[in-house]
Design a binder for this molecule. Structure first.
Ligand code: FAD
Length: 474
């Protein structure tokens, strides 16, 4: 018997709106998220001890949490989903231990993972992800460093720099792989959301007022510890992100915050063997869907950035759309999940996705960038696998990324390849003649989807508690 009509996995803007839409149409809905509060990455709730601040994301997140709290959705927070089966049984671990429930339909809204293209010294303590820096700033009220160098690509560069400056930190420089002309090309899409464009300009005004230089077409080449600080070396790069000849710049800082875009989290849809395709501009592998988020598998839907990077505003609209369409498919209240409501959600999603996809393209993986990785640089930090080891496996005949994993242990550590999978597959594509990202494939998804302590599943017991069957007579 099913516990719920629908289970939604992921409590960001996409998952919350999907749950609210399906619930308003009369379905019984459960929502799971591993964080202690809903909001996802962009509307991450601050820690209870943190002083209140009047940031637009904070207000939007508080509003989202209020609406969810007063809805009929059954919310399971601080619950990590570690397994999902084909009959839509969801297994999670929460503060009270393991829990499972079943549903007629599943909506996957699991967002993204940050991508960092490795460079010498990227695993040095004090080097953190750009997106990780947003967590420090938003949820903990902590600066990434007193002096920070911000590097990489995409809109999080300006967001992190501006928030760090607003929090009283110094941003010594921004190294942006994109050129100013690249940013100008996005303008026609950005004007579709003048409010978000204005927010971007406000960030850049604050950065300029603080006197922070931005080095366009520059990439981080190396970070090394110098005493208690870090010395970052920046290199000029070409449009593909490959370092080129030219004067290097160095900066001594406490922290290097670096990010090269986001990769859609597709572990659950891959585990359920829905069909996927590789779309570089959308962040990498994404599930094949129709325009409403239906996958190739019956009653399985995806929405938000996990379906392709399009930003928070598009994620919310996509969530509403997937929730309504799922309700319609399950035969729920027609008045709520009406054709007009679905059309309105489609239009809202299309408008917002134009802006978000332009930002997504700025964060897409650049081929030259990956080719600039040094031979001895670690690519898989869980298992310490270098580029040279990946290339040796390719030379020895590893034909796809799962063979590479088996031969080198790349992607076999606790993060299950979420951090290195994209870059490792890209290196393999270049290392094996005639290969494409489609033919290299993606790491097979495996349970547990999140690291789970065995104790959390078994509970505590003594050996006396284990029933030992009597020995069979000889
Ligand atoms: C670390 C990080 C920080 C970011 N910060 C910003 C920012 O400051 N500003 C901005 O505009 N954009 C930011 N982004 C991009 C932003 O996430 C998206 O544009 C937007 O939040 C997408 O919404 P979503 O609902 O699709 O996914 P998300 O908001 O990412 O929500 C997905 C949720 O699913 C949960 N989840 C995933 N897998 C499981 C599982 N197995 N079990 C339980 N829960 C699970 C995640 O913890 C998360 O809460 C960030 C992205 C990342 C990765």
């Amino acid at each position: 018997m099913n516990d719920f009509d629908v289970i939604v996995i992921g409590g960001g803007p996409a998952g919350v709106q999907a749950a609210l839409a399906a619930s308003s149409a009369g379905l019984s809905v459960a929502l799971f998220d591993e964080n202690p509060q809903a909001g996802g990455q962009v509307y991450r709730a601050p820690h209870a001890d943190m002083a209140a601040y009047g940031d637009a994301d904070r207000e939007a997140g508080d509003a989202l949490r209020r609406v969810l709290g007063s809805s009929a959705v059954r919310v399971f927070l601080a619950h990590s989903v570690w397994a999902v089966t084909g009959d839509y049984r969801v297994d999670a671990v929460g503060p009270e231990g393991p829990l499972h429930c079943c549903a007629r339909a599943l909506i996957v809204a699991t967002g993204t993972t940050e991508r960092v293209v490795p460079f010498d010294g990227w695993t040095t303590p004090g080097v953190i992800g750009l997106a990780a820096a947003t967590i420090l700033l938003k949820a903990q009220g902590v600066l990434p460093g007193r002096t920070t160098l911000v590097g990489g690509c995409g809109p999080l560069l300006a967001a992190v720099a501006a928030k760090t400056i607003a929090g009283g930190g110094e941003v010594v420089a921004i190294a942006d792989i994109a050129s100013s002309a690249d940013w100008l090309c996005t303008l026609p899409a950005l004007v579709t959301r003048p409010d978000l464009l204005a927010q971007g300009f406000a960030w850049w005004r604050a950065i300029r007022r603080a006197g922070t230089p931005r080095y366009a077409r520059h990439t981080l080449e190396r970070v090394e510890p110098v005493g208690e600080r870090l010395r970052a070396t920046l290199a000029p790069c070409d449009a593909s992100g490959r370092p080129v000849a030219g004067a290097r710049r160095t900066a001594d800082v406490d922290c290097v915050a670096v990010g090269h875009g986001l990769v859609p989290s597709t572990e659950i849809t891959r585990l359920l063997r829905a069909r996927h395709r590789y779309v570089r501009a959308a962040g990498g592998w994404i599930a094949n869907t129709d325009r409403d988020g239906r996958t190739s598998r019956e009653r399985l839907y995806v929405c938000g950035d996990g379906a392709g990077i399009a930003g928070a505003a598009a994620a919310a609209a996509h969530g509403t759309l997937a929730g309504l369409v799922c309700a319609r498919d399950l035969g729920a209240n027609d008045a709520i999940a009406s054709t007009a409501a679905i059309e309105a959600a489609r239009a809202s999603h299309a408008r917002n996705a134009r802006f978000g996809r332009a930002m997504g393209r700025m964060m897409a993986l650049r081929e030259g960038h990956v080719q600039g990785i040094g031979a001895d640089t670690t690519v898989c930090r869980c298992e310490d696998v270098t580029r040279a080891e990946i290339e040796a496996a390719c030379m020895a005949g590893a034909q796809d990324v799962n063979q590479l994993k088996a031969w080198t242990r790349c992607g076999m550590g606790p993060c299950q390849g979420r951090s290195c999978g994209d870059v490792a597959a890209e290196l393999q594509m270049h290392g094996v003649p005639g290969k494409t990202r489609e033919s290299i494939g993606a790491f097979s998804a495996r349970t547990p989807l999140r690291p789970v302590a065995v104790e959390a599943l078994t509970g505590t017991y003594t050996y006396e508690d284990i029933p030992i069957p009597k020995a069979a007579p000889l």
